[in-house]
Design a protein around this ligand. Structure first.
Ligand code: NAI
Length: 327
């Protein structure tokens, strides 16, 4: 099988290159992202391998089909960037990595929560400048406080385990509750009203888009902490910014951003940033924004490469595809 990789960085090759060679795949790594203009580069390839910010909407998939691509291998779990219906209609199979390291994402989420609560990001900068004053860096104890977890899938469950270690009371919301998690499920309204900390772990769907908006923020406690390591569009950013200006949040930790595809994973430090919401978000002292790196551990990267290439092997061998994504 010949596989064209899009949106690759040096760290993608560390595992994919040797594993791919060992399994007999012919791989080409492209730095450009997939979109309707770059899809043509896959001419002569059987499959494309894409990541979270590649654009596999209708137009791009139509071009992929025209140039003979039969398989889209997602090297991630989310698939909100793929038009599954068009892919199905054109006979293109879409496979993903449903789980690689929920631990990596949950551990990072806790890191973001601790950072914004205890303002470690500000303390780091202060002491670098020999400013040893701790004025304004006060946080809260997490023990005994209420954490609201939205989405109790693999990452949400791991996050719940971590929060339990901090002896927090946990309220959870998921349309498909799971027995035996040892948490109290509540409706979203109650979760918003009672939580001191809210962490998002649901996928981006039409039901969850902008789940954090002016109305839901209004229901939250003053001084709440919000953490999002799931998908940027779960939050309506202008509403978040407005609430930040009204001092609603004690802290906000974001690893994802609705308009991230133009910026995240790239060095834009020599450019003029024109996205005003992004500029505004990074200007708040109580917001920590990182570049979609919650997954980024050696263990997770190795697992992603292994499962992605195993998906490719199963396609090649005509086996049953357990990681197929259907519309
Ligand atoms: P999962 O599929 O195991 O769990 C998702 C959970 O969300 C399920 O329990 C599902 O029932 C629930 N859900 C569905 N609709 C919902 C709704 N309307 N409200 C509340 N919950 C709802 O997925 P997993 O592995 O836990 O991943 C969660 C999300 O994390 C992914 O969809 C992805 O967007 C994000 N992610 C982010 C990464 C990062 O590096 N920042 C890395 C990996 C995943």
């Amino acid at each position: 099988m010949k596989i064209m990789f899009y949106d690759t960085k040096p760290y993608d090759k560390i595992w994919f290159q040797p594993m791919g060679e060992q399994m007999g795949f012919k791989i080409k790594f492209q730095e450009v992202k997939l979109n309707e203009d770059t899809a043509v580069l896959a001419r002569g390839y059987d499959a494309v391998c894409i990541f979270v910010n590649d654009d596999a909407r209708k137009e791009a998939i139509q071009v992929l089909s025209e140039v003979g691509v039969k398989t889209i291998l997602l090297r991630c779990s989310g698939f909100n960037n793929v038009d599954l219906k068009t892919a199905q209609n054109l006979g293109i199979q879409v496979l993903r990595v449903p789980s690689y390291s929920p631990e990596a994402v949950a551990e990072y989420t806790m890191g973001l929560l601790l950072t914004v609560n205890r303002q470690i990001h500000r303390a780091y900068i202060r002491t670098k400048d020999f400013n040893f004053n701790i004025n304004g860096l006060m946080g809260i104890d997490l023990v005994g406080k209420t954490a609201g977890v939205i989405g109790t899938g693999k990452i949400g469950q791991m996050m719940i385990d971590i929060l339990k270690g901090f002896k927090m009371r946990i309220l959870a919301y998921d349309p498909y509750p799971i027995d035996g998690l040892g948490v109290e499920y509540a409706d979203l309204d109650r979760l918003f009203q009672e939580s001191d900390v809210i962490s998002l772990h649901c996928p981006l769907t039409k039901d969850t888009k902008h789940i954090i908006n002016k109305q839901s923020i209004r229901k939250m406690k003053d001084g709440v902490i919000l953490v999002n390591t799931s998908r940027g569009a779960l939050i309506h950013t202008p509403d978040l910014i407005e609430a930040l200006m009204e001092r609603k949040f004690a802290g906000v930790g974001l690893d994802v951003y609705e308009e991230e595809d133009e910026y995240f994973f790239e060095d834009k430090s020599n450019d003029i940033i024109t996205d005003e919401d992004l500029i505004r978000l990074t200007s708040f002292r109580n917001v920590v924004l990182t570049s979609h790196q919650a997954f980024f551990t050696r263990d997770a990267m190795e697992a992603i490469a292994r499962v992605t290439l195993e998906n490719a092997r199963a396609v090649d061998a005509g086996e049953e595809l357990k990681n197929l994504v259907m519309p």
